[in-house]
Structures are given as C-alpha cells and as structure tokens.
Design a protein around this ligand. Sequence first.
Ligand code: SAM
Length: 258
Amino acid sequence: MIRARKRFGQHFLHDPQVLQRIVAAIAPQPGDALLEIGPGTGALTALLLEHAPTLDAIEIDRDLAHLLQQRWPQRLRLHVSDALDFDYTQLAAARGGKLRVIGNLPYNVSTPLLFRLLAHVNALHDLHVMLQKEVIDRMAAAPGSADYGRLTVMLAPHLHIERLFDVGPGAFHPPPRVWSAVARLTVLPQPRFAIPPLYGELVAAAFAQRRKTLRNSLRALLTPEDFHAAGIDPGARPETLEPAQFAALAMLARPVAL
Ligand code: SAM
C-alpha cells in the first residue's frame, strides 16, 4: 500500500462507480489531447487509457511518477513537475490541439491551480475536475449568494460551469474530512464580454474585504464619477454585482501607482 503524502493533498479515489462516472462524463473521443493533473496511483489513468492510446499527465510526487512510468512506459507521457508552474499553452501546441484537462485535484492548491489554468485558457478545451464541494459551490455561485466571490467572477467570462455530482469521503483513501464534487468546465469559444486589463486586479480588490462597499474597496482604482459613468451604485457590496458589471468598472479603472 502506498502511503499518502499530506503535503501533496493525496487522497486516492478507489470507488469504481465514481471512477466510471467521471470517465463517462468526460466521454473521451479519438484524437482528444487528454491531460491528467495529479494521476497519483493511476486509478483514473488506467480507465482513461482504455479510451485513449496515449495520455499526458503531470505528477509532482517523484515516487508515484516513477511507479506510473514503470506501469505505462510507452503510453503515459509523464511530466514530473508542479501543475502550478506548468506551461499548458506549450503542451497544447506540441499536441496540435486544445487540451482536455482531467483531475482529482489536490485541494490544498485548488484555487491557485484554477487561476493558473485560467491564464492558459486559450489552450484548453474543457476541464473535468473533482474538488472540495465548497470550491465547486463557489465556482458556480449566483450573484448575491454567500458563495459568490472572486473565483466565481474570474471564471465566469471564460467558462460554462456544470456541477455534475457529489462524492462522499468514503470514495477515497485516506478519506478527506470534506465532501467533494465533480464539475465540467467548458471553455467558451469567445469570452462572454471583453475583459479589460485591470479586471483581475479590480475583482481581487473588491472581494479583499467583502463587507466593504465598492466605494471604499476600489478607492485607489476608481473615482465617484467612474461609478456614475458605469451606472453602478458605489454603496453596493461586491457580491451584488454581475461579472459584466465588474468589467464595466475595470474599463474605467486606472492602474494603482506604486
Ligand atoms: N488522481 C488520483 C486519484 O484520483 O486517486 C490522485 C488524486 S490526489 C487528491 C492529488 C494528486 O495530485 C496526488 O497524486 C498528488 O501527488 C498530486 N499533486 C499534488 N500537488 C500537485 C502539484 N502541484 N502538481 C502536480 N501534481 C500534484
């Protein structure tokens, strides 16, 4: 039995029904450029390789990577590296097509990993991810709800998000303390609206202290006249704004002088 390493967020999926449901949701097609993030002991990898002649995978744990490479010396193209630094755009270019990303992702790095993938969104076709249930709730939240926040607003312009099913702790070894959920994130052919350069900065500032009004949290980026020009109440709180309204504000924002 392989010992799970806590620092790499290792919880290995062993429930055959859950594994099958994930692969059925992905429905791999011939010619797909599949990329698995964090294959671990290879439970999902084995099923994916039933549908695809080869598969790319990124695994940070050298010991697991060694075992995986021994098991599939020809068919698994293993990148022993950190998915947070990985160049997804370069891999898509090498494979001659957009990537279909799959991962039972390490929960301790889920938000930075989603932001990293977002930075390479033009290289991606879709993502099937298993994450802590609360993170999936935040990704798919509606404005005005407690879960709506920076993650929701950053993903919204680029992705169509479908929550597929929940998975209990018993499906993993060792069982995590939290419930998980699987979601499909499909990259839109065009972003829903134009994304101004200061969009990310403004959204981060707006949600840094979500109890503050926009007037206060965005003081360094926007004047009262800017709010008026965008038709947005400066006394509003960030969770009440639609993603496109953040874009309207970001269009008027000026960079903060250092
Ligand atoms: N996919 C496997 C499964 O379903 O059983 C393993 C899932 S486990 C939650 C997360 C996996 O991601 C582990 O294999 C871990 O070593 C790997 N991992 C953790 N951090 C990583 C990182 N920054 N880059 C690449 N892989 C990472």
